[in-house]
Design a protein around this ligand. Sequence first.
Ligand code: PGA
Ligand code: ZN
Length: 418
Amino acid sequence: MNIRKIQAFEILDSRGNPSIMTEVILSNGIKGTASVPSGASTGTNEAKELRDGDERYNGLGVHRAICNIKKEIAPCLKALNTSDLFKVDSAMIELDGTNDKSRLGANAMLSVSLATARANAASYGMPLFRYLGGVSAVTMPVPMMNILNGGAHASNNVDIQEFMIAPIGAESFSEAIRMCSEIYKALGKLLKKRGISCGVGDEGGFAPSLQSDEEALELICQAIENAQYSTNEVKIALDAAASEWQESSGNYTLKKSRKTFSTQELISYWEDLCKKYPIYSIEDALGENDWNGWRKLTSSLGTRIQLVGDDLFVTNRKYLEKGFEMNAANAILIKYNQIGTLSETIDTIRTARHKGYKTIISHRSGETEDVCIADLCVALNAGQIKSGAPCRSDRTAKYNRLLRIEAFLGENSVYTLS
Ligand code: PGA
Ligand code: ZN
């Protein structure tokens, strides 16, 4: 199959900012459509989105990226057989010619990459997860649901960006979803009872103003209990997004509470929290450039706690391999718009799993209704997914897609923290 035509449109994401929706039409007339997300607490080494920088949408328009899809990417890909996605993506990478995809735009390239994969899957009459993963794609992920938002995702006084619950003891994915939703509701009731009124943050979690990050942990433990679950079956995961706190001196200043920590003090802070609360995972516990700190943190907590590199690895095999060398982290967050093509994303996931690093497929804080990450997660048996709270359609769309995949797989589906 070849590409007959590529169409691309400027759409809105969940924050009301422009994003790209791309439709790839193959020579057999079959279409694939995909749209791309956008982050707020982005890592420095991420592939770059191309934004217009003019007066429309405060500079965030994507007309230039769409023009690149139509005028450069479409003609370049026309002669290629789309069934080899690695070749399609490599052709775009070569055409772009930069290290960070800044010329054509990672947003433009990823939308074409995903839409091509979707069109290929549709040509074979297969769901995307089956097309990408074959018959061995059977693992339903443990959801890490972000039920309390802080940091750059909420205008409250909480410094840790994400407080998540993960029902590792659930019997199935659908049970896990039910447990998360019940705990989310219990947390809402608890906040109301304590007179803490709040809205929700970018990822659908409550965004209350609290005395401290520890108060958030206390509230979540209480909500788990109020929903009649135990902290043996439902664990807590944090995303500190600590790159946001790092200063040029190497110290960390928490922007909201204005506390300052050295690397060692911050490591001790995490050790302490892990002793007191049922935390099983911490993401970006240290900044993206603090490699020596990451090595120390991993030797201290790495056998007990999942230490996830998000800004640290930016879904890029090069930084992941540096992590292997330095014994930094033991898990990687996967966001395909950090690297800019689906095939590079798949390569990074396989590289991580080969080394025994855990993989968590993730949404971005700015999302669309696209659900490709749900399929990707099952396709690669990634094991865990972050798609925000059980609230806001941009978040629940991914969980709902997974519920349908689980039903499709029936007895063949597996739910375990692998
Ligand atoms: P972002 O946040 O999409 O704003 O980067 C998500 C995360 O840090 O995991
Ligand atoms: Zn993160």
